[in-house]
Design a protein around this ligand. Structure first.
Ligand SMILES: [Zn+2]
Length: 364
């Protein structure tokens, strides 16, 4: 018994020594895109390679300038960005209207409306972040698919192609930042669904700088279901250890599932992160200097505070589930604080008499 214990200790010690002696970048590969741009030689190339850029089909998602331009790390005065969530192509027909053959013309019209409003803004916002659930159909193959209609992956590809087409209309000087939602990687993510996500939208957690502010994108599925892909959960945990940066004017975090929807101590339910992890993370983020977190998933406007940290929950660009009609948020990054207001793009939350799908409708 003692011998076994001795061997075990030796093994643990050896592993620990190897881990400690690894260069920093080896441990943090794939973790922080900001690290990648400060590296040289082979390690730099390797880190860049680990960044999974979105396919060429979505040029607005190429945020290289936010990663490589050192002037983006400098505060030069107030600016705006746009935050939306849950474009969720397909949900209105499928979930709200219970149609047998759902399409997503209504979501296309709503998203296009937001894009046109952004294109008309002057000055332009620095970027448009969609806080998860870009599409409704899960990335599962039929055999893995227990919760949703069959053929989810095939349906998802169609929704994705339309998403790409619509976002090609976004003016090129406004970048698109996508955040991974439960519909984008699955309620229980797998390595396969993660690959689908990376192929469609690129990296699932990363940080970037814009206008002197550090923005951090997280994959909340690794927080909500930590056992699904434990190694990714662990890597994102390590990544979160590097959030703090005293040079940042503000540190802002984006994630899909809100840590809480009204108050930090609220009871667990479908739309928040379980309390045991929630309170720990709130304190971790607060200590790291995060003062704003923007989320989606709830399909209603909500939010609250943890100490001086404001958590903002934004209703859907697509299907609303509460009293807030579809819309998005204009976020003003000011000298002393970040403020925001919700802009509705419809008057009603009722889609039963909607005529927004006339373009592809055969009924008229
Ligand atoms: Zn969601």
């Amino acid at each position: 018994m003692l011998i076994k214990l001795g061997i075990l200790c030796a093994v643990i010690l050896t592993v620990a020594t190897v881990l400690v002696s690894l260069p920093e970048v080896e441990k943090n590969v794939n973790l922080d895109l900001n690290t990648a741009v400060n590296l040289t030689g082979r390690n730099r190339e390797r880190s860049i390679m680990e960044y999974h850029p979105p396919p060429e089909s979505l040029p607005s998602m190429n945020i290289t300038s936010f990663l490589e331009d050192p002037t983006e790390r400098e505060w030069k005065g107030p600016f705006t960005f746009i935050q939306g969530a849950d474009t969720q192509f397909g949900m209105i027909d499928h979930y709200l209207l219970k149609k047998d053959e759902p399409n997503w013309d209504k979501e296309i019209a709503l998203t296009r409306d937001v894009i046109q409003r952004i294109n008309a803004m002057n000055p332009k916002p620095k970027f448009f972040v969609v806080c998860g659930d870009m599409l409704d159909a899960f990335p599962y193959t039929v055999s893995q698919n227990s919760r949703e209609f069959p053929g989810a992956l095939e349906l998802r590809e169609k929704q994705y192609q339309d998403f790409v087409q619509v976002f090609k209309e976004l003016v090129s000087d406004v970048k698109l930042v996508c955040v991974c939602g439960n519909h984008d990687i699955g309620d229980t993510p797998t390595k396969e669904t993660l690959q689908v996500y990376k192929r469609q939208f690129g990296q699932d957690y990363f940080s970037f700088w814009a206008g002197g502010v550090k923005f951090v994108v997280l994959n909340s599925q690794y927080i909500y279901v930590p056992d699904a892909i434990p190694e990714e959960t662990e890597r994102q945990m390590q990544f979160m250890d590097g959030i703090a940066d005293p040079k940042a004017k503000f540190i802002v975090l984006f994630m899909h599932i809100p840590l809480f929807v009204e108050e930090p101590e609220e009871e667990d339910f479908y739309f928040n992160v379980p309390k045991e992890r929630r309170l720990q993370l709130l304190e971790k983020f607060y200590t790291a200097g995060v003062r704003y977190i923007f989320c989606g998933h709830y399909h209603r406007n909500a939010g609250g505070r943890y100490k001086k940290l404001e958590l903002v929950v934004t209703s859907a660009i697509g299907a609303p589930l509460g009293d807030n009609p579809s819309g998005y948020r204009i976020v003003n990054v000011g000298e002393d604080e970040i403020s925001h207001n919700y802009v509705t793009i419809r008057d009603s939350t009722d889609f039963s008499n909607s005529n927004e799908d006339t373009s592809n409708s055969n009924e008229s």
